[in-house]
Design a protein around this ligand. Structure first.
Ligand SMILES: *Cc1c(COP(=O)(O)O)cnc(C)c1O
Length: 403
């Protein structure tokens, strides 16, 4: 069977068959809870969750059962038909987002698609000027890419849709001077994920809401990474540790943690205006929100609620980050983030070496920036697992700074 092949054999076959856009660290063959195993039988504590996706860890029994039952009952049907899980999911998401009766949901398969629908809404305002933040990441399809600030991602594919202007991160004055009646939408992450786990400064999102209202622009909040409990509340824009609010975005996008590993994206139009921007024929998807995907997301939301995972994970992570601080290690310059989306900020740009040392020692973490290690563990991470990681950290830091 597949398991008889080693990491290096799989890696050779991968290189000879897969397009060269990724550089996998290992070949994983099994996952359970917060643990994964590679083809050589090595075990890792997963503190990255497949990029903030596996909220329930790997192979959560109730989630597996819900998806399997749905597959055995009704699989794919296309959007020529409705299905109960899809409608229930839309209702549940609107309830979690505190939407009023105007709220509507578009279901897709990924974060970039959730953003693509939001971009189409923004362009449908008839105002092509869109404001985004420096350091932003909104996805790789062309509409979402247009809003993504990293030049190496964006430049080779220009011209891209819309007239996007990138504003200096967190600078309210720059935002004030950029907003005028030509702006269709202001697009923001409450905590930039790929940008290095950077929360917007206090008051920024609130000000963006006011300014958008003043000129009739949409406020689009990309919660693809931060949503579904990741920062310690269902949505980052409703997290009192991040936004004093109240802020009601016109559009909220979700994906990563929503299906806990089953691909699904959601675009929530919360204002009456946003909900009316795309009508019959304006957008579509073959797979989006199909019964198994919707059932996976419903199961995810139900399990997060019934197991009290949001509060529990935030407490485990608060303790983990406090313990990292208490190490008083010279390489640790500080920490950023909230809930289960955190960065350990390093005093020197050796994050890739720390991540490599961690992997060798059996911990999956992410060097999100040259000087920042991102932690985005499953929401089921236990205090013991967190403590085991903190205990290993000094040796990882030392090995990354020696030689
Ligand atoms: C990951 C991410 C996306 C893109 O999601 P994909 O599922 O990779 O297409 C968009 N926005 C944010 C904030 C993300 O973190």
């Amino acid at each position: 069977m597949s398991r008889e092949q080693s990491n290096s054999q799989w890696s050779q076959r991968y290189a000879a068959s897969m397009l060269g856009v990724f550089a996998p660290l290992a070949t994983l063959v099994e996952g359970r809870g917060c643990w994964v195993w590679d083809a050589d039988g090595r075990r890792y504590l997963d503190l990255f969750s497949g990029i903030a996706v596996n909220a329930l860890g790997h192979a959560h029994p109730a989630w597996v059962e819900a998806v399997a039952n749905q597959l055995a009952t009704l699989g794919h049907v296309s959007n020529f038909f409705a299905s109960p899980p899809q409608v229930e999911l839309a209702e549940k998401l609107l309830a979690l987002a505190n939407a009023d009766t105007h709220g509507r949901v578009f279901l897709s398969n990924s974060g970039t698609e959730a953003m693509e629908a939001a971009v189409k809404m923004a362009l449908r305002t008839g105002r092509p000027r869109l404001l985004a933040a420096e350091g932003s990441f909104h996805g790789r399809t062309l509409g979402a890419l247009a809003l993504t600030s990293k030049e190496v991602y964006r430049k080779p594919f220009e011209p891209l849709p819309g007239e996007v202007e990138f504003l200096p991160f967190g600078n309210v004055d720059a935002l004030v001077s950029a907003v005028d009646a030509g702006v269709g939408a202001i697009v923001l992450e409450v905590v930039q994920g790929e940008g290095g786990v950077k929360p917007l400064p206090p008051g920024y999102l609130e000000r963006a809401r006011e300014l958008a209202d003043g000129v009739g622009a949409l406020l689009i909040v990309d919660e693809v990474q931060t949503g579904i409990g990741r920062t310690g509340t269902w949505f980052a824009h409703r997290n009192p540790a991040l936004v004093q609010g109240p802020v009601v975005p016109d559009v909220v996008t979700l994906a990563k943690g929503l299906g806990a590993g089953f691909p699904i994206g959601a675009t929530l139009a919360l204002s009456e205006r946003a909900a009316g921007l795309l009508g019959a024929g304006d957008h579509g998807t073959t797979f989006g929100g199909n019964p198994p995907a919707a059932a996976a997301a419903l199961a995810t939301l139900r399990i997060i609620e019934s197991e009290g995972l949001i509060a529990r994970s935030a407490a485990v992570m608060d303790r983990l980050m406090a313990d990292v601080g208490a190490l008083d290690h010279p390489l640790v310059a500080g920490t950023r983030g909230a809930g289960s989306l955190r960065a350990i900020v390093l005093a020197r740009p050796v994050a890739p070496r720390v991540a490599t040392a961690a992997l060798k020692a059996g911990f999956i973490v992410n060097a999100v920036a040259p000087d920042a290690i991102r932690l985005a563990p499953p929401l089921i991470l236990t205090p013991d697992q967190a403590a085991g990681f903190v205990e290993a950290l000094p040796a990882l830091f030392d090995s990354a700074t020696s030689a």
